[in-house]
Design a protein around this ligand. Structure first.
Ligand SMILES: Cc1ncc(COP(=O)(O)O)c(C=O)c1O
Length: 368
């Protein structure tokens, strides 16, 4: 890539109409975000060159935690360098005292790896399958269950309500979702899948004896236009996550430029609800268009849509034909959570115009 990601993006020297990646709210190239990142680096250097537990909590890092708490409507938030480790950190806090850990067999790499950090043996359950979860959960008094909130390549939402029905049988169940692709996209307040389901007030807010407890971690590097991982929650819970793993005292604090840009991006998303409204409109327009072409799209309003269009050879052909016409839609055949034949992965941004989406659909109509 030789430009910032956006509706038009340069790849291998060619400018494409771009429906790929994860810059869903279209902020990666926003001038205010870039300027805030530059300003933070000028002022505080590349990074603080020490861990958060020493002197690493510089003003831009602190600003991300404050802006994230405001955005997520929580007391506090823990900010770290990459969303990939969000689950690693959360599992360190959540696996204490559980007698089994269950993970969706096709969850993102970082979810599976994090599950393996937990003490007890890890068992997989069939992808998105509450009945298999019920079978594997039977007989356990305390459980930690991990899954993606949204399939990163498919856009399929986890059947959370069905999981919760199953987990009612367990004395102490903890459900942890990775919502890397839902933060900034789903829910009336843009807080992700739990927000979409009206469950946000219970999330990262452990209350003893209140039924299945809900946890989430994610990234600010996708829709929310910044960079780094985030765990929002009550002050007590967030502090527990800071202490539970050694990330807070054993890793360099996030880079100043990343933190400065991220704090500004979060503030913009809060101040400009029209960004999320536009993303949702575009996600629904693309879904409706793909459906009208006879393709099956996942339910919901995720900003990325994995579509199976014939076999792998056909999807490679569709990808190549679109590319020849200046449109980039990747064919993804290697990633976690894919069907055997792979998918054409469409991503839409808040700053795609309706005309750009319609152009994609009309080209696709002639190629399929
Ligand atoms: C589901 C999921 N979780 C976590 C990550 C990692 O987040 P980050 O890019 O912030 O490390 C990704 C992809 O990048 C992802 O798709």
């Amino acid at each position: 890539m030789q430009s910032a990601p956006g509706p038009e993006t340069v790849i291998d020297g060619v400018r494409y109409l771009y429906f790929a990646g994860t810059s869903y709210l279209g902020l990666a190239a926003h001038p205010d975000v870039i300027e805030a990142g530059c300003e933070a680096m000028r002022h505080y250097g590349v990074h603080s060159a020490t861990s958060r537990a020493r002197f690493g909590t510089n003003p831009p890092v602190l600003a991300v935690e404050q802006e994230a708490a405001k955005y997520f409507g929580t007391d506090d938030a823990f900010y770290f360098s990459t969303g990939y480790v969000a689950n690693h950190i959360l599992v360190s806090a959540l696996s204490v005292g559980v007698d089994a850990v269950l993970v969706d067999e096709a969850a993102h790499y970082c979810v599976i790896e994090a599950a393996r950090l937990a003490g007890p043996a890890v068992t997989t359950f069939h992808h998105l399958d509450p009945e298999d979860l019920a079978r594997k959960a039977r007989g356990h008094r305390s459980l930690l269950v991990l899954a993606d909130a949204i399939g990163p390549s498919t856009g399929v939402l986890a059947p959370v309500e069905d999981y919760l029905k199953v987990l009612k049988e367990t004395h102490d169940a903890r459900l942890l979702l990775d919502d890397a692709h839902g933060f900034g996209v789903l829910g009336p307040d843009g807080r992700g899948l739990f927000d979409e389901l009206g469950l946000w007030s219970r999330v990262n807010h452990p209350v003893a004896g209140a039924g299945t407890s809900l946890y989430v971690g994610g990234t600010l590097a996708k829709a929310l236009g910044g960079f780094g991982g985030i765990i929002p929650g009550t002050r007590g819970w967030v502090n527990q996550t800071r202490r539970a793993s050694h990330y807070f005292d054993g890793a360099s604090a996030p880079a100043s430029s990343a933190a400065g840009a991220t704090a500004r991006a979060l503030a913009l998303v809060g101040q400009q609800p029209e960004l999320r409204a536009s993303l949702r409109r575009n996600a629904l327009r693309l879904r409706a268009g793909l459906t009208s072409l006879g393709l099956t799209v996942p339910a919901g309003a995720s900003a990325h849509i994995g579509v199976v269009a014939g076999d792998a050879g056909n999807m490679r052909r569709v990808h190549e034909r679109l590319k020849e016409r200046g449109i980039m839609v990747p064919y993804v055949d290697t990633y976690s959570g894919l069907p055997a034949e792979g998918v054409l992965r469409f991503a839409v941004f808040a700053n795609h115009s309706s005309a750009q989406i319609d152009h994609l659909l009309s080209e696709l109509r002639t190629i399929l």
